[in-house]
Design a protein around this ligand. Structure first.
Ligand SMILES: [Ca+2]
Length: 272
């Protein structure tokens, strides 16, 4: 209950931020890590009915998880057209969330159903499920562990095979916890986390949870028609072949390919 009240408080604060036109950073006073520049390197169609909750690019295939009860799905998407080449709909009682590929399998979180669905990445055949103690929001694999967000400021690591817990990452910018961490992408030794209800992405040092930079994606809105309030940025996929970050949002008509400027260093490691 405590966590839910906590979240309700931040949801209220976000709502106030939106009404008064302030950025969450202005509201929280936690906007101190530097911004990371980006440029649009490509644009592709995206299904404007897709309530995007997770995005993965692997071996030239684009995979997407969509949410909402009765409309949640897993899709393999043709990047050129945005159409689903293959699709599996989740049972109506499940709300699809974060998505990641590992060892030829796709892992799809569900929001409050304490269930992780496992699929064959080649066929999208169902391979079973795993239990999850927390809510499921975002998911990425850092090369060793799964990293899962639950809408709080805490990320949790899990063994990718057994889902045994492997520890927590408390995420903070200048010592102030960053709440509502949602869609994740493990990227070049960092964790990228989209902050829910905003177009902002925290660049996180996985070693100590420090936010070392911010991506502000709000500039992409000028490249799209006006969208409903729930159409927030939420979907990031690293294309390992090009190094570009594919980003989209809930109900967005476009997937953008972004080239990022050099990311701030983490853990004493200089960015390449
Ligand atoms: Ca992702």
């Amino acid at each position: 209950m405590g966590a839910r009240l906590h979240r309700a408080f931040y949801f209220l604060l976000f709502s106030v931020c939106l009404v008064v036109g302030a950025s969450p950073g202005e509201c929280f006073g936690a906007d101190d890590a530097p911004g990371v520049a980006w440029r649009v390197a490509g644009r592709h169609p995206h299904d404007p009915q897709a309530f995007t909750q997770g995005l993965v690019m692997r071996h030239g295939h684009l995979y997407e998880s969509t949410g909402r009860y009765g409309r949640s799905s897993l899709r393999r998407v043709d990047p050129a057209t945005g159409r689903a080449l293959a699709r599996r709909d989740l049972p109506a009682a499940y709300f699809g969330e974060g998505l990641e590929e590992h060892d030829g399998r796709l892992y799809q979180l569900t929001w409050r159903e304490n269930t992780v669905f496992v699929f064959d990445a080649a066929t999208l055949d169902a391979l079973g499920q795993r239990p999850l103690a927390t809510e499921g929001w975002g998911l990425c694999h850092d090369g060793t562990s799964f990293v899962i967000s639950d809408g709080s400021s805490v990320l949790r690591r899990y063994d990718p095979d057994t889902f045994a817990p492997r520890g927590r990452i408390r995420v903070a910018d200048q010592g102030v916890p960053v709440e509502a961490l949602n869609e994740l992408e493990c990227f070049d030794g960092r964790i990228l986390a989209n902050v829910w209800m905003t177009d902002r992405v925290a660049v996180i040092d996985p070693g100590d949870g420090r936010v070392v930079g911010w991506l502000d994606l709000s500039g992409l809105r000028a490249l799209m028609p006006p969208l409903p309030p729930e159409a927030v940025a939420n979907g990031m996929a690293l294309d390992r072949e090009t190094g570009r970050l594919w980003v989209t949002g809930k109900l967005w008509p476009t997937v953008f390919e972004l080239e990022l400027a050099t990311l701030p260093p983490v853990g004493g490691k200089e960015a390449p």
